[in-house]
Design a protein around this ligand. Sequence first.
Ligand code: DX5
Ligand code: ZN
Length: 220
Amino acid sequence: MTFRIAPSILSADFARLGEEVRAVAAAGADLIHFDVMDNHYVPNLTVGPLVCAALRPHVKIPLDVHLMVQPVDRLIPDFARAGADIITFHPEASHHVDRTIALIKEQGCKAGLVLNPATPVSYLDHTLEKLDLVLLMSVNPGFGGQQFIASVLPKIAEVRRRIAATGKPIWLEVDGGVKADNIADIARAGADTFVAGSAIFGARDYAAVIRQMRERLAVL
Ligand code: DX5
Ligand code: ZN
């Protein structure tokens, strides 16, 4: 199993974002998780394609754009042009989920669905085979620094079973409250890709936290 660590810029210093993404890349991050919030789908407001494009030249690792916006489609070509490698969206925020997935792929990006803690996995019934990844929220989206919701663990296991049944290398990413202390439990449930905002950017030494997370994963 390949594990990936995706620091979320939501907890970075927004006044020094270029430096911050370079620092986590140098500290061993596999992806940069880029949280887009619109004060409509979620009660918070962050950054858009302009900031994505500004960050793109600072790192070589993939940009994992998590859209917490409604409507979704209008922004997809903009983020693709801005250098996004992965684009994920919340299916309840799109009227035509299959069309949105196709649009992301047409734009040359990897596509993923994001399921909130209370969003049923049945959203994967007619979509999973078309996806490059599934992102399971382990907090309600909108803010960094929230507590991991443990009832998501069996849901991770269920989605892992569904992915295994497809025989495809679909990633299973988990977002919210991920720390060195719980990363092994989350991996054991079936996740392979871990978003961590406050756990990494809230620490003085980014490399030390990422190393600690990898150590906890290495013994599984
Ligand atoms: C929450 C965001 C997360 C957030 C996670 O809506 O999607 O990516 O940054 O932050 P932590 O790791 O602090 O829970
Ligand atoms: Zn996120």
